[in-house]
Design a binder for this molecule. Sequence first.
Ligand SMILES: [Zn+2]
Length: 334
Amino acid sequence: MSRQLFLQAIQRRNTTGPVVFGAGTSVICHDIMQRAGASFPEGHTDAEAMFKLALAGHTLAGLDVVMPLFSVCHEASAMGCRVNWGGPDMMPESGPPIFRAASEITIPADLLTRSGCAVPLRALAMLRKELGDEAAVCGKVFGGWTQAYHYFGLEDFLIKTITEPDEVKRILEKLLPVTIRFARAQLDAGADCLLLADHATRDLCSPRAYETFLLDLHAQLVEAIPAPLILHICGNTVDRIGLIARTGVACFHWDTKTGAPEAIRKLAGDRMALMGGISNMRLLQGTPDEVAAMARAAVDGGIDVIGPECAIPLATPLANLQAIASIGRERRTA
Ligand SMILES: [Zn+2]
């Protein structure tokens, strides 16, 4: 039931159907680590631990989807970045840049069998086998914009977007196959859909830069990847939701800094599904009643999949996460 409902919801195929819950970003917190019997950093580097933690998104948090790639570092690790996988209190970070120019970018022939990719691919297959039709399995890939932060350094890359726009286009084009190959491998492993995360957030990428560098590339990914894509961009995206709708992505996973659900629905139009509605601040510091109220407001505002706006804080109380799906399925009326 969950699997079918989730896949319909991210494609806006049943807008009058039951309420659907989930997120394409990490829902792992300390309470889940304790209850699932697995922890970070193993949840990033060991397929069994990753499987156990991801499964808890459905079994403990009551979401209709599971997603096992909790960090931003899997492609970066497989591409050759030195990754610090962190710990129970710290999310992974990638080390120093590895390239200086587009001409230096080489994609390893064994990209998909390197542990950065191979571990999540194994975990996705385990989740698919375990869950069958019970819940949707979502994979995750990063677009070239976010990958370039790891490979070139955040600041150096952003400077290039102003001083060397043609070079940036070459970089993003050369990185496109990393996203496509990892995406297709995740689908082969059993993922139903994919979160495409690209951190083209307002403070790091103007709407003009989004249009110049990313709109076409995101549209190319929609064409090249044979499954529904959920685009995730953190922060306030009010000035680019219209552009995002033009890429053809099935669903947009938005941040509550962007505005109220009704306003986001209006900007997105009728075709693109929307995911999110629950602020991280409320999840971390609010009460279950406050989270439930936010979930109801998201349903009433026309959000298709109700869930956290981004990777949840590690200290999030499980009761707050559980409060999202506690509002029940039968509320959607219009
Ligand atoms: Zn985010």
